[in-house]
Write a protein that binds this ligand. Structure first.
Ligand code: ZN
Ligand code: ZN
Ligand code: FE
Length: 750
């Protein structure tokens, strides 16, 4: 039989996922000789075969893929004959190539889970069991290529048994960088506030779960940071956590042992179940079944965030406890997630005990948050499991771009060629600590990807911390170290309008070309006229945009304060409608102020003192919540919208009138009618329908694809209603609609 020589190039997610050993095993099964190696764009296989053998082999490759692998393209060419006598894996070092993709951290696989609970396995009960197909990646990487010596596993010397698995291409743990066992790998320790308790192994987990059962709060080290955990069924424990964390109402995520427990707590459809069980294991926002649950978890809100255990440690804990656990990121309000004992120390007043381990977290990474609306996945926080992942861009960038995103829910992105890498969720840049962490994230990206930007892109807002960092970076690069000054490129600074970036992010993800009508319903973002935009209709392409309609401006009395206090926005709209008469009006908004306050705010409103103009749809939500007596002051961002969601009644029809003339959408008629409404649910439901009608009214004017983005579309009722009416409206599925998507949008602004 005559054999030819073929070269097969496979790209996609094929590095760091056990792909080469998979090919090796497959080649042995099929009796084929040749080599496999990691090349610059993917995996390269060279093979002696004939046409028939080749096709059988390629079919097997596609049918039997390792769980974390995903193939984008396979290219096969015949090359000059070269005869092999066996099949070999060529190591990354020998081939001289550098892997450019970092795999995300994923949950424990089925095979490892089975071993974890198998008393005859040598890793029985070992809280760090892992293999090529599962476990930590991004969070332990210092540098590429992804090899053990470039991860925080370098401090653990493999025992003989582990080494044997690590070097055997036929083993499930071949080149699984984080492997270890009871003898050689990371281990747990349990601490009270001051010292280690000196318990180990089985006894340690027994004690930890005992403490949780007693209502104690434990800081538990996970994959990308610590969680604060307590028994979710224990009202006193949850109340204590709220009090100590000074978090009166913001919902807590709950980790449950398995899908059947999840179904006891929430209504779950097939798609939601799939997400809960996925290897990314995000927090999934679901409709809660409150009849059986502790209202302290998410007061006044109809949804609950659930997730399933994703590490062997979580599995062991939940198996022992057999009840749901509150698992919220351990951080101080407005600060990034704690990733080491030193940063955790600041939370000493919050936790009672620390369940710690000795594998360092190199790159912090929060839990991801997703929801399903009208059968579409919406990512609200893109982090563990998803990040960092690359996004194919709709066109090739001329220069290397670093985009610094916005100020809330910040992320950063780098862009080169036709690819962008988006960092995981970093958080709000409201403290010195969070800005430091933000800079660290930039450095991590630059180091890992060996990247140096030629263009820095940032938001138009002059006071965003991200804008300041952009200017600082540009300055530093311009000044030099002297050698670089002579030869390095001067970094360009480009500002991108906030809502334009929101729409661009969707266009990038969906590879849209041509013009679209973008609806950016948002909190606030800095507009071209220096007003605070947020209810915007923009005709966009990659070169620019035109603002074709927007909610009419109203004043935010007290500036930034109005963002936390819905009553200030409502009061301003009342002044717009009734002027001084407001002082004599009786409604939930006016009643939440003293007469002195009302008078002084009237003056501020009249004179425009500390009362910037805004067209924000998010603030309109706030105003409605205040007028209906639902929420006057918010304890967390988005609270008013979530409370309105809970009051929506699908059985109620109708909407309110609004004005639409030239580019202005007059919202005052809506407010007027809401004041007359007697039933809160009716008012809330009609308000939602009104927003949909506003979108329809503008959409009718333009024959363009409709793109929805901005933080207000995190509201599942609003998004669902718009998608009901306009099923082909385009939304992001992989990028957050909130400010977490801004950096990606900035990358592709021309
Ligand atoms: Zn595994
Ligand atoms: Zn070992
Ligand atoms: Fe925004």
């Amino acid at each position: 039989m005559e054999l030819f020589t073929y070269k097969i190039e496979i790209d996609g997610t094929v590095q760091g996922v056990g792909f080469r050993p998979f090919i090796y095993r497959l080649a042995l099964d099929h009796n084929l000789h040749g080599t496999v190696l990691n090349g610059p764009g993917g995996v390269e296989i060279t093979l002696n075969a004939n046409e028939e053998l080749l096709q059988t082999f390629l079919r097997a490759v596609q049918n039997e893929l390792p769980p974390l692998a995903c193939i984008d393209h396979i290219k096969t060419i015949q090359i000059p004959s070269k005869i092999f006598t066996d099949f070999q894996i060529i190591s990354t070092e020998e081939s001289g190539e550098r892997t450019v993709r970092i795999p995300p951290d994923v949950s424990i696989c089925k095979a490892c889970e089975a071993e974890l609970f198998d008393p005859s396995d040598r890793r029985y009960g070992y809280p760090f069991i892992t293999c090529t197909h599962c476990g930590v990646r991004y969070s332990i990487i210092y540098d590429l290529p992804y090899d053990r010596k470039n991860t925080s596993m370098k401090f653990f010397k493999m025992c003989e048994a582990c080494e044997k698995e690590y070097t055997d291409p036929l083993d499930r743990r071949y080149h699984a960088q984080p492997i270890g066992c009871w003898e050689c790998g990371p281990s747990l320790s349990l601490w009270d506030k001051n010292e280690e308790l000196g318990v180990r192994n089985e006894e340690l987990l027994e004690l930890a779960s005992q403490l949780l059962l007693e209502g104690k709060i434990l800081a538990v080290k996970g994959v990308g940071g610590y969680h604060l955990m307590c028994d979710a069924t224990n009202e006193a424990a949850v109340a204590k956590l709220r009090e100590r964390k000074r978090r009166p109402a913001k919902p807590f995520a709950v980790m449950v042992r398995d899908i059947s427990r999840a179904k006891e707590l929430a209504h779950i459809n097939t798609q939601e179940e799939k997400l809960l069980r996925s290897k990314e294991r995000p927090i999934v926002l679901l409709n809660a079944q409150y009849s059986v649950f502790n209202p302290e978890i998410a007061p006044h809100i109809s949804r609950i965030g659930l997730f399933l255990p994703y590490t062997p440690l979580h599995l062991l804990l939940l198996q022992k406890l057999n009840r749901p656990l509150v698992a919220t990121s351990a951080n101080i309000t407005d600060e990034p997630i704690c990733t080491n004992k030193e940063s955790l120390y600041k939370l000493k007043g919050v936790y009672d005990y620390v369940l710690d381990h000795d594998r360092d977290i190199v790159n912090g990474c929060d839990d991801s948050v997703v929801m399903v609306v009208n059968e579409q996945q919406v990512i609200l926080r893109r982090a563990r499991g998803y990040a960092p992942a690359s996004i194919k861009l709709p066109y090739t960038l001329e220069k290397k771009v670093l985009a610094l995103g916005a100020n809330q829910k910040s992320t950063v992105a780098i862009g080169f060629d036709n690819e962008a890498i988006l960092s995981p969720h970093i958080g709000d840049l409201d403290s010195i600590g969070s800005v430091e962490y933000f800079k660290e994230n930039i450095q991590n990206l630059e180091r890992i990807y060996n990247f140096k930007a030629e263009v820095l892109k940032h938001d138009k807002h002059p006071n965003y911390e991200s804008t300041k960092v952009a200017k600082e970076l540009a300055l530093r690069q311009a000044q030099g170290p002297s050698i670089r000054q002579a030869q390095g490129p001067v970094t360009e600074l480009v500002e991108v309008q906030h809502h334009y970036a929101h729409i661009l992010a969707v266009m990038a993800e969906k590879q849209l070309s041509g013009k679209v009508l973008g609806v950016a319903f948002d909190g606030t973002g800095y507009g071209d006229d220096a007003n605070l935009w947020g209810g915007e209709f923009l005709i966009c392409d990659y070169r620019g945009y035109e603002r074709v309609a927007h909610l009419n401006y109203f004043k935010l009395i007290g500036g930034a304060k109005a963002i936390k206090e819905p009553k200030r926005v409502a009061l301003s709209l009342l002044f717009d409608l009734y002027g001084e008469e407001v002082l004599n009006l009786k409604n939930p908004t006016t009643e939440s102020f003293s007469t002195v306050e009302l008078k002084s705010y009237l003056t501020a409103w009249k004179k425009g003192l500390n009362a910037p103009l805004s067209s924000s749809a998010g603030r309109l939500f706030d105003a409605v919540a205040s007028l209906l007596g639902i929420c006057q002051t918010m304890s967390f961002e988005g609270e008013s919208g979530m409370m309105l969601e809970a009051l929506y009644d699908a059985g109620i029809d109708g909407h309110y009138a609004f004005g639409y003339e030239d580019v202005k959408i007059d919202i005052l008629p809506i407010i007027k009618e809401i004041l007359l409404e007697e039933d809160t649910s009716v008012a809330v439901s009609k308000f939602f329908h009104t927003l949909v009608e506003i979108i329809l009214a503008v959409q009718k004017q333009y024959d363009l694809p409709l793109v929805l983005s901005g933080g207000v579309f995190q509201n599942r009722i609003l998004l669902g209603l718009v998608l009901d009416k306009i099923p082909d409206a385009i939304i992001s599925n992989a990028i957050p609609p909130n400010d977490g998507g801004i950096a990606l949008g900035q990358v592709i602004a021309k």
